[in-house]
Design a protein around this ligand. Structure first.
Ligand code: UDP
Length: 481
């Protein structure tokens, strides 16, 4: 088939951004082979190398996509700005990539006689400044929003409030009303950037303003899951068209780094040996880790619950270093309570990085203690495994709130925990939430199974996400310069 439109995807360099964006590209190419896709991988120095190992695995898994690695930039010295506002630092560093992005598009797409005509740029919400590049090149831009529809609604409401004289939030103990959430939101679960006076709040308001400049917003969610939020966005005439095309995820595990294969086999073999629906899985995203005291208390909670467990336990990065959590080796004995591994050897397995999708798909797994990153939420729903909420960073607290209070799709352990707070969640709370999620009479389990079926049917022929995807592709062709 002759290619008639090239899209350039520009994801932010974080796993939760890169992986769904690349999956989106694959789905697009499966759906319509008149498109071609280039993914630009931005590589600021402050982003850990480990992220790029996953990108390499994904790149190797699909030769239809043209991956271009931009030069590693020299911005280590900016790291000290991270504690003030991670969102501002990341946005500033990505803004500085504009010349490389433009040059790469000129060289590899526009001046490349083999490329189809450039139909637009698909930007991430941390790099809305790439809309400037699209404008300079005279092509439309689209936003790929990698979190909940309700969260997109929150950002847009924040902009509306700001334009009416609103400023940074002050009051953690107050409740706030946002139309994309069914319930009033306690300040304690709002993302911290909303309170940040060092540029975090302003950065996000500026991004939200730029969302409106795009020709369309692609959402990694689905109408059947977040009907309230998706409808409020679809009915908003003040924003570009919204296409809820999710769930978009790497179901085949192609973002798993190949070096993990032996460990993966051990984990899957251990799960094969467990009875059906008997295991709770604990995993806290690409960045989640705990200090030694909390690790010991989690271990106590697991023992108290008496439930079989697979625990992805990772080592916090050294202080002041921006790195993904590392893997424990023999030093794991030092962080766990004395004799824990011996006592629980019939009941549980402690591992490092886990092949999360394969674990959630396994018939022995029935509960998931999760940090509530949006990709983990979509994966848990896809495989029908209910979540116990333990949010840690970014927008995870409000995701946890939405899952428990608005949607009734998760068991509450914590809604307002933050990895910077120093709080220790007790063994009793952990054990009780785990027992609750494994209780066959828990209503959440039934609801999760229903949403799981809806999630699977929405992306197949005739489903709402399938049809939104079709409209998106038609509009991209229509908007082509
Ligand atoms: N993940 C995984 N194994 C791990 C930790 C994470 O496979 O041990 C994957 C998980 O399946 C998900 C992604 O990493 O696809 C994490 O994305 P999410 O949005 O949940 O959280 P983030 O890492 O962005 O905070």
């Amino acid at each position: 088939m002759k290619k008639i439109a090239e899209l350039v995807l520009i994801p932010a360099p974080g796993l939760g951004h890169l992986v769904p964006k690349i999956e989106f590209a694959k789905r697009l190419l499966d759906r319509d082979d008149r498109f071609s896709v280039t993914v630009l991988v931005m590589r600021p120095a402050v982003v850990p190398d480990a992220i790029f190992a996953h990108v390499e695995s994904l790149a190797a898994s699909d030769t239809r996509i043209n991956f271009i690695n931009l030069p590693r930039s020299d911005d280590h010295n900016r790291l000290m700005e991270f504690p003030k506002s991670p969102e501002k630092l990341l946005s500033d560093l990505l803004d500085a990539q504009k010349p490389y992005v433009k040059e790469a598009i000129m060289k590899h797409v526009i001046s490349n006689s083999k490329s189809a005509p450039l139909a637009g740029l698909v930007v991430d919400f941390f790099c809305t400044s790439m809309i400037d590049v699209a404008n300079e090149l005279g092509v439309p831009s689209y936003l790929f929003f990698p979190s909940a529809a309700a969260c997109l609604g929150l950002l847009l409401s924040l902009l509306g409030r700001h334009d009416q004289g609103g400023r940074e939030f002050e009051e953690l103990e107050a409740d706030y009303v946002f139309k994309s959430y069914a319930n009033p939101i306690p300040g304690r679960v709002l993302p911290m950037f909303m309170f940040n006076k060092y540029g975090g709040y302003t950065t996000l308001v500026n991004h939200a303003r730029r969302f409106k400049e795009t020709k369309g917003i692609i959402l990694n969610s689905f109408a059947e899951l977040e009907s309230h939020a998706v409808n409020s966005l679809l009915n908003d005439d003040d924003i570009p068209p919204v296409y809820a095309v999710g769930p978009v995820m790497d179901l085949k595990g192609e973002s798993e780094s190949r070096s993990d294969e032996t460990r993966r086999d051990e984990i899957m073999k251990w799960l094969d040996d467990q009875p059906d629906s008997s295991v709770v899985f604990l995993c806290f995203g690409s960045q989640g880790s705990f200090g030694e005291e909390q690790v010991k208390v989690i271990a106590e909670g697991l023992e108290q619950s008496g439930v079989r467990f697979l625990w992805s336990l990772r080592k916090p990065p050294p202080k002041g270093k921006l790195a993904m959590p590392g893997e424990y080796t023999s030093d794991i004995q030092e962080v766990l309570p004395n004799g824990f591994l011996e006592r629980t050897k019939e009941m549980g397995m402690v591992c490092g990085w886990a092949p999360q999708k394969a674990v959630l798909a396994h018939k022995s797994v029935e509960g998931f203690v999760s940090h509530c990153g949006w990709n983990s939420i979509l994966e848990s729903l896809w495989f029908g495994v209910p979540i116990v909420t333990w949010p840690m960073y970014a927008e995870q607290q409000i995701n946890a709130f939405q899952m428990v209070k608005d949607l009734g799709l998760a068991v509450e352990l914590k809604l307002d925990y933050r990895d910077t707070s120093g709080e220790i969640v007790s063994a009793e709370e952990i054990a009780s939430a785990i027992k609750s999620v494994m209780d066959i009479d828990n209503k959440v389990r039934k609801r999760v199974k229903e949403v799981s079926e809806n999630g699977r049917s929405t992306v197949i022929h005739q489903g709402s996400s399938f049809s939104a995807f079709g409209h998106l592709l038609e509009d991209i062709i229509k908007n082509k310069p």
